[in-house]
Design a protein around this ligand. Structure first.
Ligand SMILES: Cc1cc2nc3c(=O)[nH]c(=O)nc-3n(C[C@H](O)[C@H](O)[C@H](O)COP(=O)(O)OP(=O)(O)OC[C@H]3O[C@@H](n4cnc5c(N)ncnc54)[C@H](O)[C@@H]3O)c2cc1C
Length: 587
């Protein structure tokens, strides 16, 4: 069977082919989908969403004036020498590799809005595309392609789910060698489960949701749940230093991954025996976590597993303002155990979420909703332009969840929050999986949207958020953009001294020449503001090529030199020439 990209997935935009936000003839918006997991939201009218978008951004949604996708993509020709083509035919069955245009374009980008998706979808092209795609099925295949690449001086780019949002998959324009994308998606097996020691060994191309489904059948979970879990892979998580929504319970990827196999041009990087902790000096895992495709292919990983939680319970809290919400989060972060996921959205994002609400049709829910509204607005006297929401997911034993529930209730009272119940919490949690579909819908209507995440100390949350908001307003003016700018944030992960903040920025780019370039400049200014106000260059999206120029802010030149020396040792020919982060600068 000829191997290929999954046919249920959009080739360039986000998500499943069968799922999209659509503008109806009557001017309302609807999310259509046949995915069972979206049933809570799909195929129902969203009467307030179009109005919210039009009023917030000051635009009119018009089917006849949509940004039109380039139907014919212009794909640079493939350059593969005769000798290399012959060597490939001798090494691999021909159904495993291809120079077909569509596959090459799919494998030449990730999901970064401006650098990648916008250019491919609307401009119909990228300056550089891979010359060949190889679908590997085993570690042996990976070893063989690395050997061939060394013999023929080929550049290799590992490819997982293609969900990168740091331009990590964007190809260097100055790369003159043949580029082969090494797609790991068919390395998608659980190799073994060690129930006694609570570990799973998996192939690195396994997609997150498949891993969770298969483990759940055996009563286990890894618990790593990034918003991209439907498409991102284990190898991608390790390589980008990912973080999931339930990190308070299960940890970030560095807490979850115990061991791995990374094949480099100079041999295998792995720890010979697997322990939770082993004081062997400098840890090889440090070079793998965050390696972003620069030194080799991660082929297998050992991850921690946990029995499925006895109880899984959602809740939510409405706050009179975001300041109260932050105070509650800080106190909550000092309790133990913290709920698996706690996310606080600011007022603009709260109103955005409300606009996506499917109105209840039955009398009982309608009545309950009006009572809730009455309590919040009339009795608690909350201001709709200040209110914000936190969604909570608790997982664990009956006793643990009961304890967390009681902590939430106590803190909510202290910080003047109103508990808003399970269904709002669940809905808020699940809605994040749909945000990227909204990004694509808005791009069709001349609005570019992007998320930007950072780690920031507790003490600087408010000043940083205010500064980002100011920068967005100033940039909107500076570039004479039409409409209103949109800037909102949510706090998604809590740490001892800091939090992770996700900003969502939306700007109208109608009648702007080269909008993707203008937006990219604006994004750079926002990132500068984040750094000036005490934020990190990234919490989990990684550096790739998008944030490379900010590395001086994070590493000294001596540190950079040491990292480059590692790259030179592992990959002296620069076979993995994707040029991400500092490691990729060593060539
Ligand atoms: C809608 C959306 C939501 C997201 N939510 C989150 C989130 O909650 N948390 C989070 O951390 N990230 C998130 N991301 C970012 C992205 O999903 C992560 O960076 C993810 O870890 C990338 O995995 P992937 O398999 O898609 O890797 P890819 O995008 O295919 O590759 C990313 C990088 O890793 C390298 N790579 C991939 N596989 C391997 C391998 N086997 N060996 C060596 N290198 C490899 C590639 O060369 C590339 O440099 C989100 C992205 C989107 C679009």
């Amino acid at each position: 069977m000829t191997l290929s990209s999954p046919s249920h997935k959009q080739p360039h935009r986000w998500g499943y082919k069968n799922s999209a936000f659509e503008l109806n003839e009557d001017g309302t918006i609807q999310f259509t989908s046949t995915q069972p997991e979206y049933a809570f939201f799909a195929n129902q009218p969203l009467p307030n969403f179009a109005t919210f978008i039009q009023e917030t951004l000051d635009i009119s949604l018009d089917k006849n004036q949509q940004n039109v996708e380039a139907s014919q993509k212009r794909i640079p020709p493939s350059h593969v020498s005769e000798e290399f083509a012959k060597a490939m035919e001798q090494m691999f069955p021909k159904e495993q590799f291809t120079t077909e245009n569509q596959e090459r374009l799919i494998h030449s980008h990730g999901q970064t809005t401006t650098d990648e998706v916008y250019k491919v979808v609307y401009n119909g092209t990228l300056t550089r595309t891979v010359d060949m795609v190889l679908f590997v099925r085993s570690s042996e295949d990976c070893r063989n392609i690395i050997q061939l690449a060394k013999e023929h001086n080929i550049c290799l780019v590992p490819y997982g789910g293609g969900t990168s949002v740091s331009s990590a998959l964007l190809l260097p324009e100055n790369e003159t060698r043949t580029i082969v994308s090494v797609d790991t998606k068919h390395m998608n097996q659980i190799l073994s489960i060690d129930e006694n020691n609570q570990l799973v060994r998996v192939q690195a191309g396994m997609v997150g949701q498949d891993l969770e489904k298969q483990l759940a059948e055996k009563g286990y979970t890894v618990g790593h749940e990034p918003d991209s879990i439907e498409f991102s892979t284990v190898g991608g998580w390790v390589s980008t230093f990912a973080s999931g929504m339930k990190r308070h319970k299960y940890g970030n990827i560095e807490d979850i991954v115990v061991d791995f196999e990374l094949l480099t041009p100079n041999g295998t990087l792995e720890q010979k025996s697997t322990f939770d902790r082993s004081a062997i000096g400098v840890q090889p895992r440090s070079f793998t976590l965050g390696s972003e495709g620069n030194i080799g292919i991660i082929t297998e990983a050992t991850l921690k597993i946990h029995p499925l939680p006895e109880v899984k319970q959602f809740n939510s809290m409405v706050f009179p303002n975001v300041e109260n919400g932050i105070k509650l989060l800080k106190e909550l972060s000092q309790t133990h155990p913290i709920p698996a996921s706690v996310r606080l959205v600011d007022n603009p994002q709260f109103r955005f979420g409300l606009s996506l609400k499917v109105p209840p049709t039955d009398f009982l829910t309608k009545t309950i909703d009006s009572i809730k509204k009455f309590v919040l607005l009339k009795i608690k006297k909350m201001d709709p332009m200040q209110m914000c929401l936190a969604t909570v997911l608790m997982e664990g034993s009956q006793a643990e969840v009961a304890q967390q529930q009681s902590t939430i209730t106590r803190l909510a009272k202290k910080h003047k929050a109103v508990l808003a119940g399970e269904s709002n919490g669940k809905r808020g949690y699940l809605l994040t999986n749909l945000i990227a579909y909204i990004r694509d819908f808005l791009a069709d209507h001349h609005c570019i949207g992007e998320t930007l995440e950072t780690t920031v100390p507790w003490s600087q949350i408010e000043s940083l958020c205010a500064a980002v908001n100011r920068t967005v307003q100033e940039q909107h003016k500076k570039h004479k953009l039409t409409g209103n700018p949109y800037c909102s944030y949510r706090i998604t992960q809590l740490y001892h001294s800091s939090v992770c903040i996700y900003f969502t920025i939306g700007l109208v780019i109608k009648e702007v020449e080269k909008p993707e370039e203008v937006f990219a400049q604006i994004e750079e200014s926002i990132r500068e503001t984040v750094l000036e106000h005490g934020g990190s260059v990234s919490h989990h999206h990684g550096i790739g090529k998008l944030r490379k120029r900010f590395m001086d802010n994070s590493l000294t030149s001596t540190t950079k030199g040491a990292l480059k020396a590692i790259k030179k040792e592992l990959d002296p020919q620069n076979i993995f020439g994707i040029q991400n982060n500092v490691l990729g600068d060593a060539s």
